[in-house]
Design a protein around this ligand. Structure first.
Ligand code: AGP
Length: 610
């Protein structure tokens, strides 16, 4: 997520802005910038922007001396639309009259861009944010609040904005929808920010803006407005968090924060790709003929991303009827694979920098394959080197154990499979519509699961001292338990194995003894009966059985010692739901074992060595 800071008061603004942005660095960013009003309404606004770290901004601004002024806005950018470059860095300006910084995703920016170009605006960046700057300029007739209201009426998607108007030196404006924005006041002046850490050194006196509320900072203080332009009263609260807790949004760990960010990450990944009931993949730049020409898909990834590929195999073969092979990226190029004409290589990677996955991509391209990457970090190596890229919109993921990036990758694979299936004429309209509807319901269903968090915490306490854990499932549930076992292993250090439920009896069941913890995921209706028989086998040998299944499948309670339910959905979307209880189980087991959940031993967030 991007970081926003705005300030006006009676000390120089630039140092205040850069200090505030530094306290938002944990959010991840790839470029930064500030715009400071020097107080003279006749002087056009100018932005100072850099690619890379804030230290470069400090240097370019001579630690603020080169940009004098008592009011301004600042931004650290996590790229979503357009690579990390100076041109794409915020603030974005329009005619030197308006400057804006933005956190969020404007879903209809492409059509707004065309309309604004038609009104003579010339765009300098690839960003969705620049459309906001030009809209504000277009509607600025001397009343900033009115210009803001008119502008946001045209925006679809999420935004938190910090805004300067040339003719209003000393004033800073803000508004939000679905991206956080706070306002704060102190003896030195008043602030807006994406998050509390930015303003903690100055004040703990904070107001949280609600959706579509407008804030004006001025030397006289803070005023809030509604969309009718009427002043409104807002309650200020005192923040008790320390800086570290504030960076985690009040959650104990980044992992828990990111588990809870999944509904929004899913909304940000799904919504821009569904328009009028249709999945839209324009960004891939793949023609229908190109999609019809795919004869085989070869997938390669590591760790959790490999689990995404294992899931995608079932989904792509079922929905698009395209044969799929999946390899561990570290194995793929060494097995001298036979790659037929018409094979497309798909690489999945959150960081886009995993050495094995990057090497697999390069190998596939050397073999002449068309490559498609599903990546979370814009401008990363894999994103830049792949022929086609689908960007997930999970935002920066700080915890080593992936959660929201994994979930958005799964959603990407479902959308790709449906898109390919429809174009190849193998998905009927009813099936397509049902799955699009199910995708759109997914974020709220994840919120519903998260409301049952306390139950998973209680369950984790019961099994925190287990020595071995077995995760079993059939079909898509097998792909899901691969991820469940890894989550538990990597953050609790408990030995956990994932098994295709039908495979257990071919050897490993000899390990099942009284008290062995076995977690069975059972959501695939056509495989339910067989999976239940595997569960019976486990219990007959004294295993303690946890079942994870869909609501309504209450017979499961006859087979299991403990049953966890997820809302009902389409078969291919259950992996997106069952992973949430599995993440929570692993998190709370790790917590109860006193382990550093965000930084487990021996692990790195991105494995950039082979
Ligand atoms: C996930 O919890 C692990 N930390 C790890 O398996 C990770 O998924 C793997 O290293 C791949 O990373 P990538 O998605 O950035 O390529």
């Amino acid at each position: 997520m991007c970081g926003i800071v705005g300030y006006t008061g009676h000390v120089q603004a630039a140092p205040v802005l850069m200090d505030g942005l530094e306290r938002l660095e944990y959010r991840g960013y790839d470029s930064a910038g500030i715009c400071v009003s020097d107080g003279d309404a006749a002087h056009p606004l100018k932005a100072l922007r850099v690619k890379g770290r804030l230290s470069a901004l400090r240097e370019a601004s001579e630690n603020g001396k080169a940009v004098p002024g008592l009011s301004g806005i600042g931004h650290t950018r996590w790229a979503t639309h357009g690579e990390p470059t100076v041109e794409n860095a915020h603030p974005h300006l329009s005619g030197g009259k308006v400057a804006v910084v933005h956190n969020g995703i404007i879903e209809n920016y492409a059509e707004l861009r065309v309309k604004l170009q038609g009104r003579g605006y010339v765009f300098e960046s690839e960003t969705d944010t620049e459309t906001i700057a030009h809209l504000l300029h277009y509607y600025d007739h001397g009343d900033p609040v009115d210009a803001i209201v008119r502008t946001v009426m045209h925006l679809k998607g999420s935004f938190a904005l910090g805004i300067l108007f040339e003719e209003r030196p000393g004033e800073v404006y803000g508004i939000r929808r679905d991206s956080p924005l706070i306002a704060a006041t102190s003896p030195e002046g008043s602030f807006i920010a994406s998050d509390v850490p930015a303003i903690l050194p100055w004040t703990r006196n904070v107001a949280y803006l609600e959706n579509m509320e407008i804030v004006r900072l001025s030397p006289e203080g803070i005023t809030f407005f509604n969309l009718d332009g009427e002043p409104i009263e807002k309650e200020f609260t005192t923040v008790s968090w320390d800086v570290e807790a504030a960076e985690k949004g009040g959650y104990a760990h980044f992992m828990l924060k990111e588990i809870h960010e999944q509904p929004k990450a899913m909304e940000d990944t799904i919504r821009p790709h569904i328009r009028d009931g249709r999945i839209v993949m324009d960004e891939l730049g793949m023609s229908d003929d190109e999609i019809r020409g795919i004869r085989h898909i070869q997938m390669a990834a590591c760790g959790s991303a490999w689990h995404v590929c294992m899931t995608a195999k079932y989904i792509m073969e079922r929905m698009a009827r395209i044969p799929v092979d999946v390899d561990l990226a570290s194995e793929f190029r060494y097995r001298d694979p036979v790659l037929e004409e018409g094979t497309m290589l798909m690489v999945v990677s959150q960081s886009g920098e995993t050495a094995d996955s990057l090497a697999a991509l390069r190998y596939g391209k050397q073999q002449g394959m068309l490559s498609l990457a599903i990546v979370n970090v814009v401008g990363s190596s894999i994103a830049r080197e792949a022929d086609r890229v689908f960007y997930t919109a999970a935002g920066p993921e700080i915890a080593v154990a992936t959660t929201k990036a994994y979930s958005t990758q799964l959603a990407a694979c479902v959308m790709l499979a449906l898109h390919f299936g429809r174009i190849r004429g193998v998905v009927d309209d009813d099936t397509y519509a049902a799955h699009v509807e199910a995708l759109l319901k997914m974020p709220e269903q994840i919120r519903e699961i998260l409301r049952g968090e306390a139950r998973m915490q209680w369950l984790a306490g019961k099994y925190a001292n287990t020595r071995d854990a077995f995760f079993i499932g059939r079909g898509l549930d097998y792909a899901s338990v691969l991820e469940g076992a890894l989550k538990l292993k990597e953050i609790s250090y408990i030995h956990a194995e994932a098994y295709a439920a039908g495979e257990l009896k071919h050897g490993t069941i000899s390990l099942i003894e009284k008290g062995s913890m076995v977690l069975a995921v059972a959501t695939q209706k056509d495989l339910m009966e067989k999976e239940v028989s595997n569960m019976v086998e486990v219990r007959a040998r004294g295993g303690t059985l946890l079942a994870l299944t869909m609501e309504g499948n209450y017979d499961m309670e006859d087979q299991a010692d403990f049953t966890i339910y997820v809302p009902r959905t389409e078969d291919v979307l259950y992996p997106n739901l069952v992973v949430v209880p599995l993440q929570l189980l692993a998190y709370y087991v790790s917590l109860s074992r006193g382990i550093d959940v965000d930084k487990p031993r021996n692990l790195a967030k991105s494995v950039t060595v082979e």
